[in-house]
Design a protein around this ligand. Structure first.
Ligand code: SAH
Length: 223
């Protein structure tokens, strides 16, 4: 974990105040996690000085690390207490995974692009984060071996909520997923109750495509 005297500590604390607290993020555990995780460790060295700015950044393979505010909003919407088992779809560089690792008990994360996952694994290991399990695959199918999950976070935008994810959600569990077209989505929250699923939609957002059997196909059609 970061040395408090490192040159990125100040920009990171400012990022949390200006981009998160000022915009209404209230969950103290989410704020504490984002004060702690060194976002610059997840991007290329040439981009480190931009790591605490208010936008997504390229991470290779035409993918991006999400805007810090989006990471905060999605994590807050999961309403975690700390004892949850989480499934994340779209590991990317592993930044969101790292934040989740501090606010939940165990994180399972799936990424479809192998080289991104291998890099994410290295970064997470280097930071001493061990309560995460990562695998390469199509996250729209979920990860049956460890289901059911108390919360599922999907970091890529799909046309609809993948059915296997609904099936792998515990009663009382929540999914947060960007749903919409390829150029814009809204964050959808689905909660599983003993009687069915309750949906709410909120913040507009723009995520990279969720590509998979229950997402988009590579060519842009529904999978
Ligand atoms: N939270 C990540 C965001 C990465 S962008 C970060 O902070 O870096 C979204 C990621 O979802 C991309 O890396 C993309 O390859 C991945 N993705 C898209 N469809 C997927 C699928 N069906 N299964 C797993 N990962 C997927």
């Amino acid at each position: 974990m970061p040395n408090p005297s490192d040159i990125y500590t100040k920009p990171r604390l400012e990022m949390v105040e200006q981009q998160l607290v000022r915009r209404g993020i209230r969950d103290e555990r989410v704020l504490a996690a984002m004060r702690r995780i060194p976002r610059h460790a997840f991007v290329d060295e040439a981009l480190c000085f931009k790591a605490y700015e208010d936008y997504p950044l390229p991470i290779g393979e035409k993918q991006t690390i999400s805007q810090p505010f989006m990471v905060a909003v999605m994590t807050e919407m999961l309403e975690l207490k700390g004892n949850e088992k989480i499934l994340e779809i779209g590991t990317g560089c592993g930044y969101q995974t790292a934040v989740l690792s501090l606010v939940a008990a165990q994180v399972y994360s799936i990424e479809r692009i192998g080289p991104l996952l291998f890099k994410a694994r290295k970064t997470l290991e280097a930071l001493g984060i061990h309560n995460v399990a990562l695998t390469v695959g199509d996250g729209t199918l979920g990860w049956k071996d460890f289901a059911p999950y108390d919360a599922i976070l999907v970091a890529a935008g799909g046309p609809e909520v993948p059915k296997p994810l609904l099936e792998q959600l515990a009663i009382g569990g929540r999914i947060i997923i960007p749903i919409g077209g390829e150029t814009g989505q809204v964050l959808k929250r689905v909660m599983r109750t003993p009687y069915g699923f309750e949906e709410t939609a909120s913040t507009p957002c723009t995520f990279v495509k969720l590509v998979g059997q229950y997402g988009w196909q590579e060519n842009g059609n529904i999978g």
